[in-house]
Design a binder for this molecule. Sequence first.
Ligand code: PMP
Length: 363
Amino acid sequence: LARPNLQGLSPYVPGKPIEELARELDLNPADIVKLASNENPLGPSPKVLTAIEKELPELTRYPDGNGFILKQKLAEHYGVEPEQVTLGNGSNDILDLVAQAWLAPGLNAVFSQYAFAVYPIATTIAGAECRVVPAKDYGHDLEAMLQEIDENTRVVFVANPNNPTGTWFDVTSLEQFLAAVPEHVIVVLDEAYIEYAASSELPDGMKYLANYPNLIVTRTFSKAYGLAGLRVGYSISSAQIADVINRIREPFNVNSLALVAACAALEDEDYLFRSRQANEQGMEQLELGLNALGLRWINSKGNFIAVDFQQDASAINQALLERGVIVRPVAGYGMPNFLRVSIGTHEENARFLTVLKQILSDG
Ligand code: PMP
């Protein structure tokens, strides 16, 4: 019998894969547009492809279980010690490991309504209580989150920007929050989308590590670095926190192609610049297109936008699927009237807008 705390748990539902829809509709996969998983539409950096090709003959070997070179590079990049870096099979892995290490029955984790689906899943698997704090204007209400923290709280998850809403908090809000969180609580600052937010409106979590030994900043190569398929993410924290996670992670949690690819990606600043630029342009294209259709949306600093249809959006989602466009329903996040649309290439965004216009005018 599975543990009782797993009874009410549902599996994480990812965006529908292109191949699956292609088979259902008997379409060529190339004719399907997927804007559902916040993936980078540019494709991987050419430098990454070269690095992977070079690594292929080594595939009979285990990867470096400690990710020595990638940790060195990340440490240099952020001006921290390699002992402060933890590598994960996606940053998802790290979120999970934090929950396993610090949560247990009788303890709780605090996070916001409309936050990333992995926080409740990881917390529930660990047998701990989910303290879900009502959102404010779809974003994190950091003050209300502080109120929810008690002596049994061990973890508070905050995402900046947040998925699926794209909302964010500013420097002052983060500083006040960090100063007020008790020391016995680990703050997980999930910055999966931070590279898209080049503006100074968003705090850089890395700046606060020196002052807050209970802070762990998680980032990923899946989004702006365009490596979602390889599964590689990381956290920077105090060396003590990194040491605890290191004790419970799988020995080879990051594969060898991911390790070399991440090193190459980190060095390709031009690619990152182009990712950001393409995202800004695509975001504007979608915002303008949605405005022209009279639709409302949540202002987003990520590579996606949550569109408010002001009625249950499942029929619209279905109609989009039937026309070969995959976006992400967010009813599971408690947002049944919204669809989350990832920013694609100019052509993909245009196709989405055209198809959506047809659907809306067909009634
Ligand atoms: N955090 C947030 C807020 C996310 O949206 C995602 C991906 N959907 C992740 C973490 C995990 O991403 P990955 O495991 O690919 O690094």
